[in-house]
Unconditional design. Sequence first.
Length: 106
Amino acid sequence: MALLAVDATLHVPGTQSLAGDHVGLEAILNFMVATTATTDGGERIELIDALVGDDHAAAYVHVTADRAGRASLDNYTVHLMRTIDGLITDIWFHNRDHAAVDAFWS
C-alpha cells in the first residue's frame, strides 16, 4: 500500500461483483479484503516476471485460489501499473481467461 498514490485506481475487468474501478487506498484495500474473505484461504499469487520502465511497470503473475462450490481459480494475469513520481497511480488487470475469472468470483 505504501507504493500506491492516495488516489490510485485499480481497474478490474469483468462482470462479476468485484469488477469495476476501485478508486483510492480505502477502496483498493476493501477489494483486497473482499477477495480474501470470498476465497478459502485467500489468493496465491506467484510472480513470474516483471517489466519496469520510466512511467510503467508490469507484473506477470500466476493467480490461484479455491472457493467452495466453484472450480478452482488458475489464471495467468498481467498487472499493468502506471507510476508518477515513484507512486502507482493506476493498476489494470489483464486476465488470460476472463470467463473463468468471472465464474470464480460470481
